[in-house]
Design a protein around this ligand. Structure first.
Ligand code: UT7
Length: 341
C-alpha cells in the first residue's frame, strides 16, 4: 500500500439551497430598463431570476441552505469542524457571514471564515474543504455560496442588471469512510487567476481604495461594473482550460465525464465551453434560465437541481467549473455519491 491510498477522501454528502420566492421575469425587467425578453433570451438564455425580499439577506439565505444541506447529509451542526462561506456580497464587511451562519445553525465546534473569489467562490471553497479533509485537519465541513446580487446591481445599467439573481447553495463535505464507495469523492480541484484582468469585473467603491462617500454614491461606484465581452472571452477560455487541467491532474479523459456543470452565467458561455471541449450537449447541465447568474451560489444550486431532476445520479462523474471577478477561476471533478435532496 502506498501513502496515497491512506489519505482520507473528501466527498459531497449533502446539498441544500435557498431561493427567494420573488420571481423577476424578463418582461418585467423590460419595464425598468431599455431591454426586451428577446434580447435577454438570445444573448444570455436567462428567462427569469429570483430577487430577495427586504428581509432576505446573504446570511438569511446561507442559514436556510445550510440547514437543508445538513439535513440532506444527516449531520448535526455540532459535528462540523469548519464553515466556509463563499460570497462577494457578505452580510457585512466584517464579521464574516460564515461566523454569523456558524452561530445561527449551532455549529458550536467549528471554525468559520468567508472566502472571496466572486463567481468562482464555490470551486475555490471546495478546494479548501478538500485540502482540509485530505490533510486530516477536518472531517466535516460546510461550504456555502450565498449572494444577494440584487443589492449590488445598478438597476439603471441594462448591460448588467439583466444578468444576475439572488440565491444560496450549500454542500456538506465529509471524510469518506474507507471502502465506502457510495460516498463518492472530490477527485481533484484546480484553481487559476489573472489579476491583470481585475478591472473588467468589479465593485470599485466600499473598500480601502475608495471608501464610501457621498461622491462614490453619486457616481454609482458601489455597483457592479463589467466589461461584458472581456468577461465573456475570459470565461469561455478559462473554464475550458480549467476542465482540461483538472482532467489531466486525475489522468481522466473527457469520455470519463458524465455531466458538466459550468458556472451559470450565460448559455452562450456554456455553449462556448462545451464546443471547445467537444462534449455532447446531453452532458451539459443548465438551469440559468430560471435563476440568472447567482455568482458563487450558481454551482451548488445547479448540482442540487440536477440531483432533484435525476440528471445527476450516484456513480456518475461530474465536472464543475467556476469563473468570475479577479479574474479567478477553477474546476473540480467529482465522483458523485449517494446524495439525497
Ligand atoms: O459570472 C461572471 C460574470 N459575468 C458574465 O459572465 C457575463 C459575461 N458577458 C456576457 O454574458 C455578455 O458579454 C453580455 C450578455 C453581458 C453582453 O452580450 P454581448 O453579446 O457581449 O453584447 P455586447 O456587450 O457586445 O452588446 C451588444 C449590444 C450593444 O448595443 P450596440 O452598441 O451594438 O448598439 C449593447 O448596448 O447590445 C446592447 N445591450 C443590450 N440591448 C438590450 C447590452 N445589454 C442589453 C440589454 N438589452 N440588456
Amino acid at each position: 500500500m502506498n501513502n496515497q491510498t491512506r489519505l482520507p477522501r473528501a466527498a459531497i454528502t449533502g446539498l441544500g439551497v435557498y431561493l427567494p420566492s420573488k420571481i423577476l421575469t424578463n418582461q418585467e425587467l423590460a419595464k425598468i430598463v431599455d431591454t426586451s425578453d428577446d434580447w435577454i433570451v438570445q444573448r444570455t438564455g436567462i428567462r427569469e431570476r429570483r430577487i430577495a425580499a427586504p428581509e432576505e439577506t446573504t446570511l438569511s439565505m446561507a442559514i436556510e441552505a445550510s440547514k437543508q444541506a445538513l439535513a440532506s447529509a444527516r449531520l448535526g451542526a455540532d459535528q462540523l469542524d469548519l464553515v466556509i462561506c463563499a460570497t462577494l456580497i457578505p452580510e457585512h464587511t466584517f464579521p464574516s457571514t460564515a461566523c454569523l451562519t456558524q452561530d445561527a445553525i449551532g455549529a458550536t465546534k467549528a471554525g468559520a471564515f468567508d472566502l472571496e473569489a466572486a463567481c468562482a467562490g464555490f470551486v475555490y471553497a471546495l478546494s479548501v474543504a478538500r485540502a482540509y479533509i485530505v490533510s486530516g485537519m477536518a472531517k466535516n465541513i460546510l461550504v456555502i455560496g450565498s449572494e444577494t446580487m440584487s443589492r449590488v446591481i445598478d438597476w439603471q445599467d441594462r448591460s448588467t442588471c439583466v444578468l444576475f439573481g439572488d440565491g444560496a447553495g450549500a454542500a456538506v463535505i465529509q471524510a469518506a469512510q474507507e471502502g465506502d464507495t457510495a460516498m463518492g469523492e472530490i477527485e481533484s480541484v484546480v484553481l487559476m487567476s489573472d489579476g491583470a484582468k481585475a478591472c473588467h469585473l468589479m465593485i470599485p467603491a466600499g473598500g480601502s481604495k475608495m471608501p464610501a462617500s457621498e461622491q462614490t454614491v453619486r457616481d454609482r461606484q458601489h455597483f457592479i461594473k463589467m466589461n461584458g465581452p472581456e468577461v465573456f472571452k475570459g470565461a469561455v477560455r478559462g473554464m475550458a482550460d480549467a476542465f482540461h487541467q483538472v482532467l489531466k491532474s486525475t489522468n481522466l479523459q473527457l469520455e470519463d465525464v458524465d455531466l458538466m456543470v459550468a458556472h451559470q452565467a450565460n448559455a452562450r458561455i456554456i455553449e462556448g465551453v462545451r464546443s471547445r471541449l467537444d462534449l455532447p450537449t446531453s452532458k451539459v447541465y443548465q438551469n440559468l434560465q430560471r435563476y440568472g447568474n447567482t455568482s458563487g451560489a450558481s454551482i451548488p444550486i445547479a448540482l442540487y437541481d440536477a440531483v432533484r431532476e435525476d440528471v445527476l445520479k450516484e456513480g456518475m462523474r461530474v465536472a464543475v467549473a467556476g469563473f468570475g471577478g479577479g479574474f479567478a477561476w477553477g474546476a473540480a471533478v467529482i465522483k458523485w455519491g449517494k446524495v439525497t435532496v
